[in-house]
Design a protein around this ligand. Structure first.
Ligand code: ZN
Length: 170
């Protein structure tokens, strides 16, 4: 590692520590030439392959561009978005691959975005999955409703007949 002050071609590691989430290592270094200290952060490289075949480094800010558009006018804060981008990155890194395809990044966005805001989720999914008819929206909404019923997180429960779920077979 070159010294950022005097460009000396070597530096000495004084201290290394893993960040709390385990995703990177911070190293405190000292230049043996000029004696100045600096910090480096080391993360595993993660490459996204686009449909065109081009590669680019994974970037949380790129994830946020599409999501932020879908969240326009919705009660979603910048903090919510930052947490979402972090979850997306963690989800992708957990797959343990150094290279992922762009559509896998899109898939990893869908889950956390659905939990964050269902309207933004539908907007994002409609672009990402190229919805081209009302039936596509209906299908996605049906899935959303099914997911709510399964997890019991419906925000406004209405009085309606309980459906029998989980009947034993036979
Ligand atoms: Zn130096």
């Amino acid at each position: 590692m070159h010294c950022p002050f005097c460009r000396h071609t070597d530096s000495r590691v004084m201290d290394s520590r893993t960040t709390d989430d385990g995703s990177s290592i911070r190293r405190r270094r000292q230049c043996p030439e000029c004696g100045r200290r600096f910090t480096t952060i080391e993360t595993a490289s993660l490459t996204v392959t686009k449909r065109s075949g081009a590669n680019e480094p994974f970037s949380r800010s790129k994830v946020l561009v599409g999501v932020r558009k879908a969240c326009q006018g919705r009660p979603v804060t910048e903090d919510d978005l930052a947490i979402l981008a972090q979850r997306v990155e963690e989800c992708i890194r957990q797959q343990g691959q150094a290279e992922v395809e762009a559509h896998e990044v899109g898939l990893a966005i869908l889950g956390p975005l659905r939990e964050l805001d269902e309207v933004a989720y539908l907007r994002f999914a409609s672009v990402y999955q190229a919805f081209d008819s009302l039936e596509d929206f209906e299908g996605a909404i049906t899935l959303l409703r099914a997911g709510r019923d399964a997890t019991g997180t419906e925000p406004e429960p209405r009085a309606r007949p309980q459906t029998q779920a989980g009947m034993p077979p036979g």
